[in-house]
Design a protein around this ligand. Structure first.
Ligand code: FMN
Length: 411
């Protein structure tokens, strides 16, 4: 399976002969759907050019401190990455990371990052077998650095033994696997995403600014967590994540019907869609003609999908979203009680916030607990949200409770 879609991969390239393979690695990572930024050591530039890696990645390439234009690029890059992979990792770079050095941009990023770090060593077999290198690699492993390879075989120097960098395909697969976790294995999760469109007449509708990015990111994160995922989506310009079943709908009633069909054997329902609260009472069969007089549109409440799912006799654990412009925490608490759901995920919306952006910040509230997830890409927030849901869900019966009197799903 491929879990690389939209993942932010920082590829470190150090100065070994295998650096020529880093160009192919960038290409394969991008084909798998990742966004790739490259940081080269100074020695790496002797083996492969920044121009090649820039062209293939479609992103700037960093190397010397002089490339750190803002003076804070090393911190920004450290925060930007979902994963850092150094391939090839020379004996020297491994030694410098093991000793916590920050004497170039790449090692400084490794020191500053909280993202998981993987290294793909590549060197002469005697360099690899040397006790100093082995001690450095042991130190890195103890600190949680993933050491992928080296493979054994014929080497550029003519010797045979361990020290060949793993092939680009194998490294892409390992990176992809590193995003998979079985936290929701065996569970079925139904997720709604995007806006709805409520018809006014055949050419006009009422809708909202939801881009669907949050819901789609949650669908991908739930899939990575091993769940069977059904995504019911309003009209958005996004592709369904690999491995996720997608049903496209238009209006709140369409979404309501589609959700009810998907609910069989569903364990978790996550309502991330921005479903219309109101819809025109009488959508016109013909286009309304422009006229000088005022036009009044009568609206009625649209179906409340979250409340309806939460009110079902036999129902999944329900998680709803709240988009608020003010009093976020107070409204989220209220909404949880009103809808009778186990968790509300609240986010602030308004100019540059929430809708149509790649970043977001979330406040999660459940019975007896809450958690603030600070501003981050929606893809990363989605993974944190799914982890939090899994933590609480697996703690059943105490972890995720609906407010009384709603019955809790027997998991
Ligand atoms: C032609 C040539 C090939 C090299 N190949 C490797 C190699 O495969 N692995 C390695 O660890 N060092 C290799 N080195 C040595 C590194 O380039 C050297 O240790 C350098 O300081 C590494 O710097 P870096 O880790 O900052 O990139 C090679 C050097 C030369 C001149």
């Amino acid at each position: 399976m491929n879990f690389m879609a939209k993942k932010r991969i920082l590829l470190g390239v150090s100065g070994g002969i295998a650096a020529y393979k880093s160009a192919e690695l960038v290409r394969r990572l991008r084909t798998a759907g990742a966004v790739v930024r490259v940081v080269m050591t100074r020695s790496a530039k002797e083996f492969v050019t920044a121009t090649t890696l820039h062209t293939l990645s479609g992103e700037p390439v960093w190397s010397d401190w002089s490339d750190d234009k803002s003076g804070m690029d090393h911190i920004e890059l450290a925060r930007w990455a979902d994963r850092i992979l150094i391939a090839p990792a020379t004996a020297d770079t491994l030694a410098r990371i093991a000793h916590g050095r920050a004497d170039d941009l790449l090692t400084a990023i490794c020191l500053a990052t909280e993202a998981p770090l993987a290294v793909a060593p590549a060197m002469n077999q005697a360099m690899w077998n040397n006790k100093a290198t082995q001690a450095n690699v042991d130190t890195l492993r103890e600190r949680g650095v993933r050491v992928w390879g080296p493979a054994t075989g014929e080497q550029a120097c003519g010797e045979t033994g361990p020290g060949r960098m793993l092939e680009p395909d194998a490294l892409v697969q390992r990176l992809s696997d590193s995003f998979a976790n079985g936290r929701l294995a065996g569970l079925k999760v139904v997720i709604t995403a995007g806006p709805t469109r409520e018809p006014v007449d055949p050419v006009r509708y009422l809708s909202n600014r939801s881009s669907g990015k949050m819901g789609y990111a949650i669908a991908q994160a739930a899939h990575e967590a091993g769940a069977q995922v059904e995504l019911v989506s309003g009209p958005v310009a996004l592709q369904a994540p690999d491995g996720v079943t997608l049903t496209r709908v238009e209006s709140a009633s369409d979404m309501f019907r589609a959700v009810m069909v998907c609910l069989e054997d569903c364990d978790l329902f996550i309502g991330a869609a921005a479903v219309a609260d109101y819809r025109p009472v009488e959508p016109q069969a013909r286009k309304i003609k422009k006229q000088a007089a005022e036009l009044l549109l009568r609206l009625e409440p649209a179906p409340d999908i979250l409340a309806a799912v939460a009110a079902l006799k036999s129902r999944p654990v329900c998680i709803g979203f709240a988009a608020e412009t003010e009093n976020l925490q107070e409204y989220a608490q209220k909404k949880r009680m009103q809808k009778g759901v186990e968790m509300i995920v609240a986010n602030r919306v308004g100019a540059g916030l929430g809708f149509e952006t790649d970043d977001n910040e979330l406040w999660l509230v459940w019975e007896g607990g809450s958690r603030w997830l600070p501003k981050a890409p929606k893809t990363r927030l989605a993974c944190q949200l799914i982890e939090q849901i899994a933590d609480l869900y697996l703690k059943q019966p105490s972890g995720l409770k609906a407010p009384e009197p709603h019955a809790k799903h027997s998991a």
